[in-house]
Design a protein around this ligand. Sequence first.
Ligand SMILES: Cc1cc2nc3c(=O)[nH]c(=O)nc-3n(C[C@H](O)[C@H](O)[C@H](O)COP(=O)(O)OP(=O)(O)OC[C@H]3O[C@@H](n4cnc5c(N)ncnc54)[C@H](O)[C@@H]3O)c2cc1C
Ligand SMILES: NC(=O)c1ccc[n+]([C@@H]2O[C@H](COP(=O)([O-])OP(=O)(O)OC[C@H]3O[C@@H](n4cnc5c(N)ncnc54)[C@H](O)[C@@H]3O)[C@@H](O)[C@H]2O)c1
Length: 479
Amino acid sequence: MSTFDYDLFVIGGGSGGVRAARVAAGEAGAKVALAEEDRYGGTCVIRGCVPKKLMVFASGYGGMVEEATHYGWDMLNRGFDWQTFSGHLNNELDRLEGVYRKLLAGSGVTTYDARARLKDPHTVELSTGETFTAKHILVATGGRPVRPDMPNAHLGIVSDDIFHLENLPKSILIIGGGYIACEFACILAGLGVDVTQYYRGAQILRGFDDEARGLIAESMRELGVDLHTGTNIVEMDCYREGDDDGMDAPVEATQYAMPVKDAPQEGPLKVKSTNGHIKVFDQVLFATGRRPNSDDMGLEEIGVTLGRGGAIEVDEYSQTKVPSVYAIGDVTDRVNLTPVAIREGMAFVETVFNGNPTKVDHDLIPSAVFTQPELGTVGLTEEQARDQEPIEVYCASFRPMQSAFADKPGRVLMKLIVSQETRKVLGCHIVAPGAGEMIQLAGIAVKMGATKEDFDRTVAVHPTMSEEIVTMRKPMRTA
Ligand SMILES: Cc1cc2nc3c(=O)[nH]c(=O)nc-3n(C[C@H](O)[C@H](O)[C@H](O)COP(=O)(O)OP(=O)(O)OC[C@H]3O[C@@H](n4cnc5c(N)ncnc54)[C@H](O)[C@@H]3O)c2cc1C
Ligand SMILES: NC(=O)c1ccc[n+]([C@@H]2O[C@H](COP(=O)([O-])OP(=O)(O)OC[C@H]3O[C@@H](n4cnc5c(N)ncnc54)[C@H](O)[C@@H]3O)[C@@H](O)[C@H]2O)c1
């Protein structure tokens, strides 16, 4: 008979926490509780992947209407209505949150709508004043967006706020060059917002394949994003009418800022950048990275160690320095993706409740950046691979049939990095509409260790864009 209130207490009801709690209770038969301080579903469902992807869909229709007219359709685009979309979006998020709550209840997990912190290695204290003991505690508290340390940064919004805008701004400045900055630049441009993006480095999407990054940057500019690399924000303040000193162009009288629900109306923002320009934007979006939610949780007090940026340090089994405390997902800042948080949660349950110590495999994780077009990637970039061993690079870049017919300029890229010695495909990078869907399947072959010859033996599906993946005969270059 256990002397603890619960076998497992999970802190955080996001992707990783909900999955671990459900599986531990529903499949391993453990007595499980979970505390969530905000909405169930966490970042992915409430303010990340899901609402973002619905916005990606929304933003694609304008271009589709234009393209359809070239195919003979008589269509009239009367423009995008944010209120209609956000009403439907909020209903969908309410529905999904309900599904998450039901799934937990259906698995027998006891839920507490409260903030939790650790009192000792086996005790959780809730914001309601209640305390509970548990044999194991799983911290799955995710992360949150951070603004840069500069005066008036609070005047800008972060990704969480996008989904609560009362109206779409007419113009926006996006700071950053990572996933979130690039995805929202494309989404907002597609919805008709005048988008400017400043990225401090030489090329956006650092860490991805250079050739793919270059093509995404080119495509974003074609989409209308005014992308400035090697540029950052220096100062920002509220714009006051007539305050046009040093400005490139007079501010249009129609410019107005769109408040975030429940936030004070701050007005348009005047921004000075490192390139010397001073411009006015309705909104500034800081997409400047995220920080693990490990503050004020009593972690260090009980011996859990925190690493860079506050990430909880764990071993390969997601165990912290305190044996009864485990951590998974973004709060550990390993690979910050939903399917990875879920995998880490499943491996934790397997290790702790099924007596089968299971390390999470962080190798060859396929992922996608939902820009327009998308970037799908798995394995090594050309730059990483050539530092590791001699390689062959196979690539094809072309205008896809569907948009070329409509006389649109965009190109796609299909690229394979192959080991000269083992012939294994070390990396696959796709820039194309639907690349996220394509890379999921290519990822299986790469994870299985497929060679270039295995790809070659596969008959093409014609006519498709992805058939190039199995028809590239000669390497473009070796390195
Ligand atoms: C805009 C955006 C788009 C994204 N798009 C994608 C995508 O397309 N694909 C992809 O794979 N990933 C995407 N991600 C990343 C993905 O959302 C995260 O990797 C994933 O949600 C991490 O899951 P988690 O369980 O670690 O944390 P979360 O989902 O963040 O859940 C943590 C939960 O813990 C709660 N919490 C925090 N502290 C406490 C406390 N002390 N007590 C109680 N509760 C607490 C929080 O309220 C939250 O609900 C995106 C992220 C963002 C921000
Ligand atoms: N499609 C997806 O799978 C998806 C989508 C969104 C987010 N995510 C996950 O969320 C994580 C966080 O995304 P993100 O875009 O917030 O982070 P990121 O780390 O990818 O990008 C942050 C960007 O901000 C810039 N930056 C940081 N500090 C700055 C400063 N002071 N001034 C100017 N620029 C600054 C960085 O140079 C970088 O370009 C990603 O790494 C990813 O794991 C995944």
